[in-house]
Design a protein. Structure first.
Length: 174
């Protein structure tokens, strides 16, 4: 199994990144295979210093993403969401600089709803719903965009390069 993150500079890889993913079918994977997929995605995301990763970023047309975001208590919360969709968004929006593991060295301000409610399934196939705000809401929206074949560069008019990748690396890595 390859652990490479696809990038838009490669035409074949960009085609995969820009395609809408297929729903994850729990009946076609054993619990062990599903757990291994989540563990693999988490490992790849962490190795790249990301805070989010969608399955299509590693070449899998599956509607699943993982995210690991600091919480309000100084800890870190890990999410693996299957077949996610945005159920509700706030009218209030926030502009925030985003980057992406599939678009290395590029950044841009993206306006998104400040709060979202997403629904999907956990890795055991149980329905899950999460209300999110702040960085977590941003990461969820960014990853669901990936699963729909959209990239942050489609949502910003202000793309810039950064020599000092590491200064912003933790802002949005999915």
């Amino acid at each position: 199994m390859e652990n490479k993150i696809l990038v838009i500079g490669n035409k074949r890889e960009e085609k995969i990144l820009r395609a809408k993913t297929a729903n994850f079918d729990f009946s076609k994977s054993s619990r062990k295979e599903t757990n291994e997929l989540v563990a693999r995605m988490r490992r790849i995301m962490r190795a790249a210093n990301g805070i989010g990763l969608s399955a299509n970023q590693i070449g899998l047309s599956l509607r699943v993403f993982v995210a690991e975001v600091p919480d309000a208590h100084g800890g870190v919360k890990f999410y693996a969401v299957f077949n996610p969709h945005i159920e509700k968004t706030s009218e209030e929006t926030v502009s925030y600089e985003e980057g992406c593991l599939s678009i290395p060295g590029k950044w841009g301000d993206v306006v998104r709803p400040a709060r979202v409610t997403i629904a999907g399934f956990d890795k055991a196939g149980r329905p899950a719903k999460v209300k999110a705000w702040g960085l977590l809401a941003r990461v969820f929206q960014h990853e669901i965009d990936h699963l729909d074949g959209k990239l942050f560069i489609d949502r910003t008019k202000d793309i810039h390069s950064s020599e000092a990748d590491d200064r912003i690396r933790g802002k949005d890595g999915g």
